[in-house]
Structure formats: structure tokens, C-alpha cells
Design a protein around this ligand. Structure first.
Ligand SMILES: [Zn+2]
Length: 236
């Protein structure tokens, strides 16, 4: 009996040792994945092109989703990514490949993570559907609390819903009402004014759809220029 016990103990130790060695090996492999190259293109906030050993590679930044170009802050996200990495030497940590054949990865510049910097600035969402990275989740929460970038809007439209709405609108498969509502809040009317009180609100404010909120403005300047005052709650 004792001998059998010792043997099974030994087997357990041997198993643990194997697991440990495998862990160390894969740890080393993941380090070997850090690749250096030059950023030669920025398509939008979360997609860049790198030149690596003579070939170009499109990189979709892992774990984040920037507003689309025609959404609020889409251009600002692209601008920040350009300022940080365009024309510079960067490091890439490959995470995987998406369904369009693009590399999914983390991009680093001078030790800083581009993925994290975009979220920190309030110019990207943590892409929860594809990432459970708790660091990105924390950064998004902080940006939200500080109302940075796109979080000045209390109810910004997530880019994945924006894309879904666009797809829905262009094919009969989608829910047309959802598509319409989403597109309307994303593109058409950014501000509404109360024609009685002459106070105007941003999309997302509780008062945005009030009974007298029938004046529509594409910009806050447009509202102010015709004598409307900003709402104290949503501060458009
Ligand atoms: Zn308001």
C-alpha cells in the first residue's frame, strides 16, 4: 500500500514539474513574439500598418474599439494614434489573427502601449466582446469617470452598435427600428433646443427628447448663434 502511495505522489510531482517546464517554455515563446518594425500607416484609431522586415502588415489593435470615422471622436482617435506612432519605430506583440486576416496585436512605443493610451485618452472603448483584459477595463472606467474624450457624452454609441446599425440599414436582415434609432443618435442630430426655455441639450441628455425640444442643431455653435443657452445638466 505504502509503495503505491509513494509512486502516485512521485507521479504527481513529475506532472507538476512538466507543467512548470511547459509554462516557462510558453512564457519564453510569448516574449519571442515581440517584433519591431516601423509604423507606415494609420487607417483609423485602432488599425495601423507596420513595415516589418521588408513587408507591410496590417495590425488591428487588440482589446480596443475606437469610434468609427463618421462617429464623434473617430477623427480624434485617428489623430492621437498618428501622433503617437506614425513614422516611428514600434514594437508589436502578436495576439492573433482576425477574420479579415489582419494581425491582432499590442503595439508599444517607447515602452508605452498604444492600445492603453487610446483608452486612457477616452478615444477608445475596451472591446469586452473580444478581450477580458482587466487593465483595459480599469483604464476605460477611469476615462469614463473623468469624462475624457468621447465620455463627455453620457450615452455614447459604442462603435460595434454603430456598425451593426449600418449593416442593418443596408440589408433587410437587421432590425430597421433599431438601426434607425442608432443611426439617428449617432449621426443626424447632435443637439436639440427647447423652443420655450431656449435651453439646448446634447444627445443622451434626459431632456433631449422633451416635449418642446423640437429645434435641432448639428453643432453647439449653431445653437448658441441663434440665442440658445447650454443645459446645466448635460453641458453641451
Ligand atoms: Zn441637457
Amino acid at each position: 500500500m505504502k509503495k503505491i502511495f509513494i509512486t502516485s505522489q512521485y507521479r504527481r510531482y513529475r506532472f507538476c514539474a512538466c507543467v512548470l517546464i511547459l509554462c516557462l517554455f510558453s512564457f519564453q515563446l510569448s516574449f519571442a513574439q515581440a517584433i519591431s518594425g516601423k509604423c507606415v500607416g494609420v487607417s483609423d484609431g485602432d488599425t495601423i500598418t507596420m513595415l516589418i522586415e521588408g513587408h507591410t502588415e496590417k495590425i488591428r489593435l487588440y482589446g480596443i474599439d475606437c469610434p468609427e470615422k463618421n462617429q464623434p471622436f473617430g477623427q480624434r482617435a485617428k489623430q492621437l494614434a498618428s501622433n503617437l506612432v506614425f513614422g516611428k519605430d514600434v514594437n508589436l506583440d502578436r495576439v492573433g489573427i482576425d477574420r479579415y486576416g489582419r494581425t491582432i496585436g499590442r503595439v508599444y512605443i517607447e515602452g508605452k502601449s498604444l492600445n492603453e493610451e487610446l483608452i486612457r485618452a477616452g478615444l477608445a472603448w475596451h472591446y469586452k466582446q473580444y478581450s477580458s483584459d482587466s487593465n483595459l477595463a480599469v483604464l476605460e472606467r477611469e476615462a469614463r469617470l473623468q469624462k475624457k474624450g468621447l465620455w463627455v457624452d453620457p450615452q455614447p454609441l459604442p462603435p460595434w452598435e454603430f456598425r451593426k446599425a449600418k449593416r442593418g440599414a443596408s440589408s433587410s436582415g437587421g432590425d430597421p427600428q433599431f438601426s434607425l434609432n442608432a443611426l439617428r443618435s449617432a449621426e443626424a442630430v447632435a443637439f436639440r433646443g427647447n423652443t420655450k426655455s431656449k435651453v439646448f441639450h446634447r444627445a443622451g441628455c434626459k431632456q433631449f427628447n422633451c416635449r418642446n425640444c423640437t429645434a435641432e442643431f448639428a453643432s453647439r455653435e449653431a445653437a448658441i448663434s441663434v440665442g440658445y443657452r447650454v443645459c446645466g445638466v448635460c453641458r453641451p
